[in-house]
Design a protein around this ligand. Structure first.
Ligand SMILES: [Zn+2]
Ligand SMILES: [Zn+2]
Length: 400
């Protein structure tokens, strides 16, 4: 880690006009312009130490210190959107495309025909989101989503492999500039606003909840345990009151009346205390989850394109899926309604959208199925809304 941290710090300082030279063991001599001296709180000439061993006068730079914040300040928004090219060298198509396709494309209510397999280019976008869940405990983490921008296909499980390959390729590209690339005129450079909205409002929240499954189960368990304990304690208190009243009854009408009055007040006090403590527990276990978009990587990549014809009743539609040489996998078909997806897809009658099973589910109002890609907001028959209206989302940087 120290070596990687030194490399990162050196690259960042050089990008901000510092002169940098590695000094062993795990040190770095720097000459800083005035702006860096001010923002990092260092003199013009300094030696930074990236391990426990350092000579007198060296500045120790550790992950546990405030140096991450200082470097974060320098980084600011730089690198939030990165464009990386993948290899331009020729790729070999899989030997049995039909079988590859059968494995990855399952249409429940339509058929398809593979029309051809050819080399092509595409752009893929890989997003990183950071989440932070706070209740009586805190949990942070990262989730990734990836899309082929030419068709919306799903690359979530390969984000790591694709971005590592692209970074390695970038270093190679710097060493060998001028490599010829094919044009990508017909492929978008980013999602549409609508697609971005669906991604951040539907998909990312569902992925984050999946990541937090164990954390949420633990939280609910602790909350239930505390509520049970509280309820048990106050039930005992109530039973004591009733036992006292029953004993007084045996001692005659006068004693019984006295105890009954006392008991009534006591029961009211127990109920008040119970409700106040239960409200405290709800507050203690209240959960806030925030999600923040941290980085997007745009990859330009050579692919093997599977050209398909999808048929549903009398309709036909040309469609494609790409096989990615880096992962040696055919991507997962998209859900064009932007819903969380499983492996199966359906095709709608009107526009032959490829959607997940939920994308053609029955309406909760009139029980008739309809396509959520054709009708993203409400049911065309009964008008029932099936998603948050524009502007209903909470404020902040893509919070859930
Ligand atoms: Zn309806
Ligand atoms: Zn549709």
């Amino acid at each position: 880690m120290s070596e990687r941290f030194r490399t990162f710090a050196g690259t960042l300082l050089e990008a901000n006009d510092a002169l940098v030279s590695a000094v062993d063991p795990m040190g770095m001599e720097v000459i800083l312009p005035v702006s860096l001296q001010q923002s990092l709180g260092l003199p013009e000439h300094a030696v930074l130490a990236f391990s426990g061993e350092s000579a007198d006068g060296w500045y120790r730079v550790m992950l546990e210190s405030d140096w991450l914040e200082r470097f974060g300040g320098l980084l600011a928004e730089h690198g939030k959107v990165v464009r990386l090219p993948l290899s331009a060298s020729a790729v070999v198509a899989p030997s049995n495309p039909e079988r590859v396709l059968e494995h990855q494309l399952r249409l429940n209510n339509a058929v398809y025909r593979l029309q051809g397999v050819e080399e092509s280019w595409t752009r893929c976008i890989l997003h990183t989101f950071r989440y932070s869940a706070v209740s009586d405990e805190k949990r942070d983490g990262l989730v990734w989503t990836g899309r082929n921008l030419s068709n919306g296909a799903v690359l979530d499980e390969w984000v790591d492999v694709l971005s590592s390959a692209a970074r390695a390729e970038l270093l190679h590209e710097i060493a060998e500039p001028g490599k010829k690339r094919l044009a990508l005129e017909h492929c978008p450079e980013a999602e549409t606003e609508e697609e971005w909205g669906r991604l951040t409002q539907r998909l990312v929240p569902s992925v984050v909840h999946r990541h937090l499954h164990a954390f949420l189960s633990g939280l609910h368990r602790r909350q239930q345990r505390d509520l049970d304990r509280l309820h048990g304690y106050h039930t005992d208190l109530r039973q004591e009151v009733f036992a006292r009243m029953a004993a007084a009854r045996k001692k005659g009408e006068e004693k019984w009346e006295e105890e009954r009055q006392r008991g009534k007040l006591r029961l009211e006090a127990v109920a008040r205390e119970y409700h106040a403590k239960a409200a405290d527990l709800w507050e203690k276990y209240a959960l806030t989850i925030k999600v923040e978009h941290t980085q997007s990587v745009l990859l330009e990549s050579r692919v093997i394109r599977f050209r398909l014809l999808i048929k549903r009743r009398k309709g036909e539609r040309l469609f494609h899926l790409d096989w990615h040489p880096t992962t040696r996998q055919l991507e997962l078909p998209p859900c064009e309604a932007g819903l969380p997806f499983g492996a199966e897809r359906m095709v709608c009658d009107d526009a032959l959208h490829v959607v997940s099973v939920d994308g053609l589910a029955s309406c909760a109002g009139c029980d008739k199925p309809f396509c959520r890609a054709c009708h993203p907001d409400k049911c065309p028959r009964c008008g029932r809304w099936h998603r948050q209206r524009q502007g209903d989302a909470s404020a902040g940087d893509h919070p859930i």
